[in-house]
Design a protein around this ligand. Structure first.
Ligand SMILES: NC(=O)c1ccc[n+]([C@@H]2O[C@H](COP(=O)([O-])OP(=O)(O)OC[C@H]3O[C@@H](n4cnc5c(N)ncnc54)[C@H](OP(=O)(O)O)[C@@H]3O)[C@@H](O)[C@H]2O)c1
Length: 371
């Protein structure tokens, strides 16, 4: 792409105030395309962007003086390098990446736009076997899942991981990453998503009983437990694996507080319980959250839980991004898409995200001609 092909003005979804997306977002067709790049910054022509729940949550929660609005919405994207600006990226290269929400508040840059400015080390090459729409949804949840499994839970080949909220996008990546590295997975999701979740790791059905489905291959197995049919903590307390799990990942953010409170029964000593961030999903969840917070701070000599609780906080790490890129290129991770929306229909995409029922990423095509 030559600089004279880059337009001066672009369309972008701008967050102008606090509120629900339909009130907070404006589609502005007159946004200047950035021309001044700092050293280490790259201009990317966005092909597709993907939503994360944190996007609408921050929109609804953060006051303007903290969020520093107006700013471009969202974080995750795939696109083509429009100006590599002397970095390792060449003009025309296909990439995917992310602008973390905190960075976006400083630079005003985001993903729901035609052109965005991003630090060069927040990008990875998009493998040819992954479409722009698929790659758009990798950044935040891919890194979160990778860092959960290896940095927070410190899982190793042959160990056994329990994932609560396996049909979340974080869960979808965590299952595939774990399986690629020879980690056994027991996954919990609703019956509605049983096939979806098991399709991520199942090579062969080897055993079925009343409460769980087992899928085994030579490297790893995936067992499924439905969180809507049984209290997970009760189920796991009555059916602890032998040996116990080496790690538990709450990829949803606040299942019943009992999952952590009872974890000694099914999580090995030294095993870690990591959460994407306990949060009330509805008003009725507040007592659950308080119960969990109490369990987290109560010392063990006062009856506290004898297992470490870790809060996951995703950070951009180029090495992690490249590891994910390798797994994408070899087909060991296959990004799942819930739905795709036209750029002009981004508000419908937010409506879908706010249902909390998406299975896979919600993608907004910025360039309608790409897959
Ligand atoms: N800490 C961090 O750095 C970090 C980074 C990324 C994301 N997150 C957080 O991680 C969470 C997941 O994000 P995501 O983008 O992966 O979510 P997502 O894809 O939007 O999650 C949707 C899925 O959640 C499932 N779900 C809904 N209620 C559930 C429940 N009570 N128990 C278990 N599963 C349930 C739904 O399946 P059913 O309809 O079958 O229930 C649906 O498949 C969000 O809270 C997000 O803010 C945190």
């Amino acid at each position: 792409m030559t600089s004279n092909e880059i337009p001066q003005k672009q369309k972008a979804w701008i967050v102008v105030k606090r509120g629900k997306p339909k009130d907070a977002l404006v589609l502005d067709a007159d946004v200047p395309v950035p021309t001044e790049l700092k050293p280490g910054e790259v201009l990317v022509k966005v092909q597709a962007a993907a939503l994360n729940p944190i996007g609408y949550k921050l929109m609804c929660m953060l006051p303007n003086f903290i969020a520093k609005r107006p700013l471009t919405a969202e974080s995750d994207f795939a696109g083509i390098v429009a100006n590599g600006n002397g970095t390792k990226w060449l003009d025309g290269e296909a990439v995917f990446g992310l602008i973390p929400y905190g960075l976006g508040m400083k630079t005003k840059q985001g993903a729901l736009t035609e052109y965005t400015v991003v630090p060069a080390d927040h990008l990875a090459t998009r493998p040819a076997n992954v479409t722009p729409a698929q790659a758009a949804g990798v950044g935040i949840v891919g890194l979160t899942a990778w860092q959960a499994v290896f940095d927070y839970l410190k899982m190793e080949e042959g160990q056994h991981l329990f994932i609560y909220g396996a049909s979340t996008s974080v869960g979808v990546f965590a299952i595939q990453i774990a399986k690629a590295k020879g980690i056994k997975v027991t996954a919990s999701a609703s019956e509605r998503n049983r096939e979806f979740v098991t399709s991520l790791g199942a090579d062969d059905v080897s055993h079925v009983d009343n409460s769980a489905w087992y899928f085994i291959n030579s490297q790893a197995y995936l067992q499924f437990v439905d969180y809507t049919k049984q209290d997970i903590a009760t189920y796991l307390s009555q059916n602890p694996p032998t040996p116990k799990f080496h790690g538990i990942l709450d990829a949803f953010g606040l299942p019943n507080a009992s999952l952590y409170a009872n974890s000694e029964k099914y999580l090995a000593p030294g095993g870690i319980y990591a959460s994407v961030g306990p949060q009330p999903h509805r008003l009725g969840d507040v007592p659950k959250l308080l119960e969990l917070l109490f369990d987290m701070v109560r010392p063990t000599w006062l009856g506290g839980v004898k297992r470490k609780f870790a809060f996951i906080s995703v950070k951009v790490d180029t090495e992690d991004l490249n590891e994910i890129q390798d797994l994408l290129a070899t087909g060991k991770i296959s990004p799942r898409i819930d739905s795709v929306y036209k750029f002009e229909d981004a508000l419908q995409a937010y409506d879908r995200s706010m249902t909390g029922r998406a299975t896979g990423k919600i993608v907004v095509k910025v360039d309608p001609s790409v897959d």
